[in-house]
Design a protein around this ligand. Sequence first.
Ligand code: AMP
Length: 551
Amino acid sequence: MIKFSDLNLNPKVLKAVEEAGYEIPTPIQAGAIPPALDGRDVLGIAQTGTGKTAGFVLPMITLLARGRARARMPRSLVLCPTRELAAQVAENFDTYTKHLKLTKALLIGGVSFKEQDTLIDKGVDVLIATPGRLLDHFERGKLILSDVKVMVVDEADRMLDMGFIPDIERIFGLTPFTRQTLFFSATMAPEIERITNTFLSNPARIEVARQASASETIEQGVVMFKASRKDREATEKRKVLRMMIDAEGDKCTNAIIFCNRKTDVDTVSKSLKQHGYDAAPIHGDLDQSQRTRTLDGFRAGDLRFLVASDVAARGLDVPSVSHVFNFDVPSHAEDYVHRIGRTGRAGRDGKAMMICVPRDEKNFEDIERLIQREIPRLENPLGHIGAEAQGDAVQDGAPEDTTEKKPASGRSRSRSRNRKTDDAPQAKPEVKSEAKSEAKAETTPEAASAPAEKPAEQPAEAQQPRAARTEHAPRQQAEARAQTAPQETADNSRNDQRNDTRSDASDTKRGGSSSRSRGGRDDRGGGSRVTGLGDHTPTFIEKSFAERYDG
Ligand code: AMP
C-alpha cells in the first residue's frame, strides 16, 4: 500500500499531512500526486469527497516551495466554480502549508477589491479564485498571469453547468503555454473533453470510482408521498420532513436539507424554525457574510439543520454530516449523488432520505437508473393525512400554507396567497380587497407558488436548452444576463454575483420546470408560453361541454 511518505512530497508538507491525521493517500491522491510532481498535466476524474483537493494542493505547494512570488504575478492559480468551494480550497491550502512560507490570495465576491489588490500587489504564490472575479481583476490591470506555472481547474463539470467555460478558455489563453495544468471534473461531458484536448498536454488520466458506487456507508431511503390534496402538498411535505427528522432522533446530529428552488429553501427553513428546529438557509441570494456565518455555524456544530440549494452546498466539505434530507427529488440524477455525498464522508456512516411526490417519479427513476440500485421505500410517516395535516398548516406560517386556511372561494384563497408571499413569514389574515386577485382565482397550486420566485431566478437564459446555455454562452451574454439580476452582495463583485445568480437560476429552472410545464402559467420570468388553456381547464367549461354532450 502506498504511503504519503512514498510520494516525494516536501518534508514540511508531509509533516502537515501527518498532523492533519491522514494516514494513507486516497486513490485520487495516489494517482495524481506522482505525475503532478513530475511536472505532467493531470486529468483527474473524481468527485468531491474523494480527497481530490489534497490531490492537487499537495503537489502544487511542493513544487512552489522552491522559488518566490513576484509582485502582481502569481505563480499558481486555482479556479473554482463557487465562492464556497474557493474558500474551502483556501482552507486546505492553509492546513497543508502551515510549515512553509507560501502566500495566497482568495479572489471571490463579497470581499473588497482593495483588500485583494493589496495582496496581489505584494505578490502571491497561489491565487484561488472564481473565474469572473479573476477576470475582473485582470481587466482592471491589477493582475499579470504570465508567470503562472501551475494552473488548477477544480470541478470543471460544475463550471460547465454554470456557463463558465468561455471564461475558463479565456483564462487558459492568458497563462503561459508552458504552464502545468491539473484539471478535475466529476464527469467528462463532451465539452469538457474538448477543453482538455485543447488545453492539456498528454495528461496523466486518473479516474476514481463514482461516488455513487463508493458510498456504501450511506443508508438511503425514500418516502413516496402523495398529498391528501394537491394544494396541501407543500405543507404536508414539510410535515413529512419534520416527522422523518423526529424519527431519527438523536442519531440525526446534524443534516443538510436540499430543496430545488431558492424560495423553497427559505420556506422550509422558516417553517422548521417556527416548529422549533435549529435551521438556517443558504442559497445564492443571501449575501456572502451571511452565507459564511451560516456555514461556519454549521461546520462548528452550532447549527443543526442547513437548508440548501444545490449550488450553495456544492462541493462543500463538512466532514461529519449525519443526515441528508432531499426535500425535493433533484431534477438531474447526478445532483442526487452530489447531495447524498455530503454525508457518509471519509468512511463515516450517513443516512440520506428523500421525499418523492408523484410528479417527481420520473426524475426519481432516473436516479435509480444512475446509481443502479433500488432506493428502499420508507413508510409515509404521515400515514393517513387530512385534518391533522390541515391543522398543522395553520401553525406553519410559510407562504403556501394560506391556501389551506380559506378553502371557501378561489377568490379569497388567491388574495391571501398573494399577500402571504410578500409578507412571509409573519403574514396576517388578509382584510383588504384586491381587484387583481380575481384573475388568479383559477390558478393551479403549482402556479400559485411561482409568484414567490423572484424574477432574477428566471433570467432569459432559462428559456434556452440547458446544453446550449451552458456550453456556448459567451462572457458578454453572461454579463448582460447578470445585469438583469438584482445585486446580491454589498460589494461590486458583479462577476461573482453572476456566478451564483446564474447557477441558482439554473437550479430554479431545473427545479421549477416540472411545475411550470404542467401549469404552464408562469411566463413572467421567461417560462414557456401556454397557448389556450394549457392543461388546466376551468371546471365551468368542462361542465358546459359535458352538458351539451349529454344533452
Ligand atoms: P475533498 O474530496 O478534497 O473535498 O476531501 C474530502 C475529505 O477527505 C476532506 O474532509 C479531507 O480533509 C479528507 N481527506 C483528504 N485526504 C484524506 C486522506 N488521505 N485520508 C483521510 N482523509 C482525507
